[in-house]
Write a protein that binds this ligand. Structure first.
Ligand SMILES: [Cu+2]
Length: 464
């Protein structure tokens, strides 16, 4: 075939491959529980559990869980839709009364079953300590989409500290899990993936006192945190699998992943005793909502931040993306081709990393080819610009456990014996963490605490 025929053939191949790609890429959601649309009912209970900390300590907790299941830290994430009439039936297996408050929701509480009556608490009606005999129903209409905290409204100094808290997500009326992934009823809140970052902290001395029955000897003014959590886990457990049997009371992890150009919705909640400056590496995040309120039509009052101060009771909805724009060199390694040999089409197979910027002209990584343009999202000014430093010899480098051996996205390079294995796709790992440095420890052991990672995976590794 002559060159024209080859190009026509390859263009057809590329187009047919594109047709096989779904219009909406695979996406992941926040794990949680849902109910019957319109009128979901959640049956929750309380109980004691043991949280395993990042350095291996075990901490006595009071926790919410689905009735008949395992209690958990943090409590089950409740996911409902705007306009739903939500009922949460709560029973209690703890030695103290408990209750449920949901700041931002107009909740009605009443005894639904059992001997009753509910105890008249300070903030809401309470479930007595009666080994599950009484059920109190908390009912509200989810009028406003957004991210919310629920927690015990009974002696919160003790009971929120002990772990009686969780997240509530209200999806907007126009939301569709496949075709319209929005945080609010506004296209400016559109996202590809979403993550929950429920931020908590504890003082293990209080938990030891409760475990030993010394409920009256706790001085909450004298608190000193030793552990900081995201979704009930400390680093490195924030990166472990969901529902791992190693952490039976801590089902949720906190890994964030995206492909270049995609957008993640971070739902951040402050539920500890201290505020936490939550900091994103890789890019700033755009705070589009807070406390269930969109920051203006078209998100016009949204604000960019590298760090958002998340104080107790705060919730923020923030959009995070990554494109590699503006760094001034070609993160895909198109210029040098040292680490990333031509793959995929050029060897007769599926698209590979080196095909990503190919317009179907049959020429691969020829930066002097006028048809070889920057890919969507790639900075045209950086396309084919080489890495502006000379890489040191490997014996002169210190290796992080997530380094692929190459500075280029999706490329592997040489690593010393024993290094590697934690970065399967040669992605970029960006720490997302509390910028209070002391909160990056587990009982004074660094690294740990309130930290996780955003993994920018190369286009060859679609994030589902
Ligand atoms: Cu940092």
């Amino acid at each position: 075939m002559n060159n024209t025929l080859i190009k026509a053939y390859q263009t057809a191949v590329v187009l047919s491959l594109l047709l096989l790609v779904p219009l909406v890429a695979g996406a992941y959601d926040i794990p949680g529980i849902t109910g019957t649309p319109g009128s979901p009912v959640f049956n929750l209970t309380t109980g004691t559990g043991t949280v395993v900390t990042g350095e291996g300590n075990q901490v006595h907790m009071w926790l919410f869980g689905v009735a008949g299941g395992t209690v958990q830290y943090t409590g089950p994430t409740l996911i409902v839709n705007e306009g739903d009439t939500v009922t949460i039936n709560l029973t209690n297996n703890l030695p103290v009364p408990v209750s449920l408050v949901i700041p931002g929701m107009n909740v009605t509480a009443a005894v639904a079953a059992g001997p009753g009556p509910a105890l008249p608490g300070i903030l809401t009606k309470e479930v007595p300590a009666d080994n599950g005999a009484t059920t109190v129903a908390y009912t509200f209409t989810a009028t406003q989409p957004g991210t919310y905290l629920y927690h015990s409204g009974t002696n919160p100094s003790l009971e929120v500290e002990m772990g009686l808290l969780g997240a509530l997500i209200v999806r907007p009326a126009g939301y569709d899990a496949v075709t319209n992934r929005i945080a609010y009823n506004d296209p400016a809140s559109t996202y590809t993936h979403e993550n929950l970052f429920l931020l908590t902290d504890i003082d293990v001395r209080f938990h030891n006192a409760v475990e030993n029955g010394n409920l009256t000897n706790i001085d909450f003014a004298d608190y000193r945190r030793e552990y900081w959590f995201i979704n009930g886990r400390n680093l490195p457990d924030t990166l472990a699998a969901q529902n791992t049997p190693l952490l039976p009371f801590q089902p949720y992890n906190a890994i964030a992943r995206l492909n270049p150009g995609q957008t993640i919705l971070y739902r951040m909640i402050g539920a500890g005793r201290d505020g936490h400056p939550f900091h994103t590496h890789g890019n700033h995040h755009l705070n589009i909502g807070s406390q269930g309120q969109l920051m203006g039509a078209g998100a016009s009052l949204a604000w960019n931040a590298f760090t958002t101060a998340v104080y107790p009771g705060d919730t923020f909805d923030a959009l995070m993306t990554w494109t590699g724009q503006g760094i001034g060199w070609d993160v895909y390694g198109h210029a040098s081709d040292i680490d990333n040999p031509p793959l995929g089409f050029s060897t007769g197979g599926a698209p590979g990393p080196e095909d990503f910027d190919n317009n179907g002209n049959g020429v691969y990584d020829q930066c002097n080819d006028a048809n070889n343009l920057a890919q969507p999202g790639e900075d045209p000014a950086a396309h084919c610009v080489p890495l502006p430093v000379i890489m040191p010899n490997i014996q002169d480098l210190t290796f992080g456990m997530f380094y692929s051996g190459s500075p280029f996205l999706g490329a592997f390079g040489a690593l010393p014996p024993g290094e590697g294995g934690f970065n399967a796709n040669a992605g970029f790992f960006f720490m997302q963490h509390s910028h209070s440095e002391r909160e990056l420890t587990n009982f004074n052991i660094f690294p740990g605490g309130m930290a996780t990672f955003l993994i920018v995976e190369p286009p060859s590794a679609p994030v589902q």
